[in-house]
Design a protein around this ligand. Structure first.
Ligand code: DHB
Ligand code: FE
Length: 279
């Protein structure tokens, strides 16, 4: 049977992709951020998951505002990264796992999550930056990926509570896949940030740190917030945090925190890293 062996949260800020491409990890600006990652790399090297389910948000590359599903699951043999601006050079395609995707799609729809299913899907920095952070230089080229896209760019967005439930349904889906597979779930994006408008540059460190605690110990408490609460407390792009709740739901009731790191600002954003195991 397939098993979810862990959950990881990471930022997806495009500037991180630039820093990786330029080898800036030791530069004074970047070092405190990249120094958070070695324990997570060591865990991944030890566990060698077969599949990463990447819960992410598209920022206008594969979906635009005229045609934007609330939830969309990739079911492709590979996922292409394309030029989306931000000065990032497109990366080589990421291999998929269509059989597990098909199983998850069936199981989610049975569980009343009527997701869109994409047999082709281009992935942007929301997906590629976390992958580059966790698998630098593609050190585990055999790892398969499944993108699970959640709309956090245009209202109405799914509620935090709905995202926690989607994660629970995702957990059931993976656990009922017959092949032996080790699966890691990535909750990407966040934390507080606002990229435009009067509060551009807004970061709420206290709120971010509180979320990093609650997502571990009391995700249902965090899920009581509305997206408007998240905008107020964490800026107009703060709702990216609901992606973390999908990951957290998939891990089950109790989790063990193995590692965490918070650094702000990175570009315009508070960046939170967590490594969790189901317990
Ligand atoms: C930044 C953050 C994001 O979430 C994003 O999608 C783009 C840019 C930033 O802080 O620069
Ligand atoms: Fe973003």
């Amino acid at each position: 049977m397939a098993e979810i062996i862990g959950g990881i949260t990471t930022s997806h800020i495009p500037a991180i992709g630039r820093a990786i491409a330029e080898g800036q990890q030791e530069a004074p600006y970047w070092k405190p951020f990249f120094d958070g990652f070695p324990p997570v790399h060591a865990w991944l090297e030890d566990k060698k998951p077969d599949v990463a389910i990447v819960v992410y948000n598209d920022h206008g590359l594969n979906f635009f505002q005229d045609n934007l599903p609330t939830f969309a699951l990739g079911m492709a043999p590979y996922y292409q990264n394309e030029d989306e601006g931000w000065g990032l050079k497109p990366l080589a395609p990421f291999p998929g796992h269509p059989e597990l995707s098909a199983h998850i799609a069936n199981s989610l729809v049975e569980d009343e999550f009527d997701i869109s299913i994409c047999q082709e899907m281009a992935v942007d920095h929301g997906f590629t930056v976390p992958m580059s952070l966790l698998w630098p230089e593609r050190w585990q080229p055999e790892i398969k990926t499944i993108p699970l896209m959640v709309n956090v760019v245009q209202h109405p967005m799914p509620t935090p509570a709905r995202c926690l439930k989607l994660g629970q349904a995702l957990g059931h889906a993976v656990a009922s896949f017959p092949d032996n597979l080790k699966v890691v779930v990535l909750g990407t994006g966040g934390m507080s940030h606002q990229l435009d408008g009067q509060r551009a540059g807004f970061i709420n460190r206290d709120f971010d740190l509180k979320c990093m605690e609650q997502i571990v110990e009391a995700p249902e408490k965090l899920a009581e917030l509305s997206n408007l609460d998240l905008v107020r407390e964490a800026g107009s792009q703060g709702p990216e945090l609901i992606l973390w709740l999908v990951m957290r739901g998939a891990l089950g009731t109790k989790v063990k925190k193995l590692h965490s790191n918070y650094h702000a600002p990175v570009s315009n954003t508070g960046s939170g890293l967590l490594l969790l195991e189901p317990s």
